[in-house]
Design a protein around this ligand. Structure first.
Ligand SMILES: [Zn+2]
Ligand SMILES: [Zn+2]
Length: 596
């Protein structure tokens, strides 16, 4: 039989092979293979928990010393989940001890008893010796009974659990359970604490090549290994799985009034994986729109769900039978670098950018983030993976999310709004007159100077702005937008799903990702998409001459247009797709062109 434990590195579990040898010369246990403090303490917990077993197992254990080797030898082991394999390894090693030496010791003691005979005054010593012989005989019987079974047990066990020293109960380690179970190799029997059954069940549903078994305590695990108990396989019971919700209230798109342009931009963003910036006065539905986004994205695929659960488990955020089944929504408000990007504590933990992986990360008032974080964010958005330097290794956390950023367009927040000097009604440009007082010229509501506005806008920095494909304004006073199609979340979700399916077919399996937003450059774009019609090509060239100053933006225009065409199921990009992309990208908007 082979015994493995699992540790966590980043979000991935790493299986660790255990081997043990008996030491004749010394007692106690030596752990080799960079066992850190918590693992060395694990040996103490294992020894105490073995005392809770029925039979003389803890006595057998005391007869010799052991050396346990953890492989691979060169990576530090840090999980309390290694208690269980340590305990089973010790028990197994104790059985392999030399039965002859045990018999010799019994014989030796029997001779001593004979020598004492019926001598007076030695009764006490004699009783002690006889008791010792009894115990050794029982131990020998135990070993003889199970040695053959252990020798014939060819199973490969992955054992995960922290031990309770008074009851022998096995508990879930705080960090990384999901990743640890997933690290099981084909053919493994994975034994996990009963309390984590849901995690085991979710994984075993997708992994038919492993058997996941639940156990209550060390006794049950040892009985399984000895073959005296029938293993209890985990069962997928949807009632028992506790769906961990990351958003408490998800509004329906239909329930959000007006702001049709922003809604449409949101749909395009979600369909193509594009980042989006919402500009508008404070408290006008920007975060409501962002929250609505999670209901519009397609269901998680099996692989994605695994990854998301690994991340939350590595963060220690999945308690008991909690499992994440929905795409994550996370919101960034006043954060530290470690909380945003990961790292920091021991063990290093994933940050918000990873907790939002496959889902949505909302940055409300993004321009108020410290400049250092804004610069870091630029790299994160570029790489879609967060690297954390740790000692000699680099830990990588996945972080492929859609960024929804929101900000006021200027310090007062009313950029672009006009007010009637007579009745005080507020309008959002381009409306140029008050219906009741058409003779009066509307006044600017924004009190900021042009210089102040441009300074405020530039707090985002150009490199970050370049990584946000879609930029739209929204205002509760915007009445000039017609709703062209049904905006109910369920309908929109189907459209987005269809557009995503098209992209999945187009890019599936490519290293850069499987959405339009992931395509890195023009040559890759041309490689995977159908050629542009000549009139479309001309239109794009003309647009680029007028509005676009970098190659990157040109590619972005093509990609956003591609997403709009995908939402329509169109195989070729049409001029109307490009026109809409220009509008949703804010390419012609005076705010971004600096003419306020
Ligand atoms: Zn008026
Ligand atoms: Zn202003």
């Amino acid at each position: 039989m082979e015994i493995y434990g699992a540790d966590i590195s980043g979000i991935e579990g790493q299986s660790i092979r255990f081997t043990a040898t008996k030491e004749l010369e010394r007692r106690g246990v030596t752990l080799l293979g960079l066992a850190q403090k918590v693992v060395r303490e694990g040996f103490q917990r294992a020894a105490k928990a073995i005392e809770t077993l029925e039979g003389d197992w803890s006595k057998i254990l005391c007869n010799h010393g052991y050396t346990i080797q953890l492989n691979p030898a060169e990576t530090p082991k840090t999980s309390s989940g290694l208690d269980l394999p340590i305990a089973i390894m010790l028990l197994q090693a104790s059985i392999l001890q030399n039965i002859e030496s045990l018999s010799a010791e019994i014989e030796h003691l029997e001779k001593d008893v004979e020598k004492i005979g019926e001598k007076e005054g030695r009764e006490r010593l004699k009783t002690e010796l006889l008791e010792k012989i009894d115990s050794l005989v029982r131990q020998r019987e135990l070993i003889l009974k199970y040695r053959k079974h252990l020798a014939e047990n060819k199973s490969k066990y992955l054992l995960i659990g922290t031990l309770d020293i008074t009851t022998g109960r096995i508990l879930t380690p705080e960090y990384g359970m999901f990743g640890m179970i997933s690290s099981a190799k084909t053919g493994f029997d994975v034994i996990i604490p009963e309390e984590s059954e849901a995690h085991g069940a979710v994984i075993s549903k997708a992994r038919k090549d492993i058997r996941v078994i639940k156990a209550a305590d060390l006794q049950e695990v040892w009985n399984i290994v000895l073959g005296v108990t029938t293993p209890r396989k985990v069962s997928y019971d949807s009632k028992q799985i506790k769906r961990k919700r990351l958003t408490h209230y998800v509004p329906d798109l239909k329930a959000i009034d007006g702001v049709a342009l922003a809604k449409r931009a949101m749909v395009v963003a979600l369909a193509g994986g594009h980042n989006i910036l919402l500009l508008g006065p404070p408290g006008q539905g920007k975060s409501m729109l962002a929250q609505a986004a999670t209901k519009l994205l397609p269901n998680l695929s099996h692989d994605e769900m695994f990854e998301v659960n690994k991340i939350y488990s590595a963060k220690g955020e999945l308690k008991g039978n909690e499992v994440i089944l929905d795409r994550p929504f996370q919101e960034v408000t006043r954060v530290t670098e470690a909380a945003l990007f990961g790292g920091g504590a021991r063990p290093p933990l994933p940050g918000l950018v990873s907790l939002a992986h496959t889902g949505v990360l909302l940055f409300d008032e993004i321009n108020l983030l410290p400049l250092g974080l804004i610069q870091g964010l630029r790299n994160t958005l570029n790489d879609r993976v967060q690297k954390i330097q740790r000692l000699n290794t680099i830990i990588e956390y996945p972080c492929n999310f859609i960024m929804i950023a929101a900000m006021n367009p200027c310090e007062c927040g009313w950029y672009g709004h006009l007010v009637c000097p007579q009745c005080g009604r507020i309008f959002f440009s381009p409306i140029q007159e008050c219906p009741e007082h058409p003779e009066l010229k509307l006044q600017r509501k924004c009190i900021c100077t042009n210089l102040k506005i441009s300074r405020y806008r530039d707090t985002l920095t150009q490199p970050l702005l370049d990584r946000i494909d879609l930029k739209v304004f929204l205002s509760p006073y915007d009445k000039g937008q017609d709703i062209e199609y049904d905006y109910a979340s369920s309908t929109v979700r189907r459209q987005i799903q269809a557009a995503r399916d098209i992209q999945q077919k187009r890019y599936g399996g490519r290293e850069f990702g499987n959405s339009n937003a992931c395509v890195p450059d023009r040559s890759q774009f041309e490689k995977y998409t159908s050629p542009l019609d000549s009139n479309v090509k001309d239109f794009i060239e003309d647009t680029c001459r007028r509005l676009i100053d970098t190659k990157r933006k040109e590619v972005k225009l093509l990609l956003v247009s591609r997403t709009i065409a995908d939402l329509d199921g169109a195989s070729n990009i049409r001029i109307k797709d490009i026109k809409e992309a220009i509008s949703l990208m804010g390419l012609e908007h005076p705010y971004f062109r600096g003419s306020f």
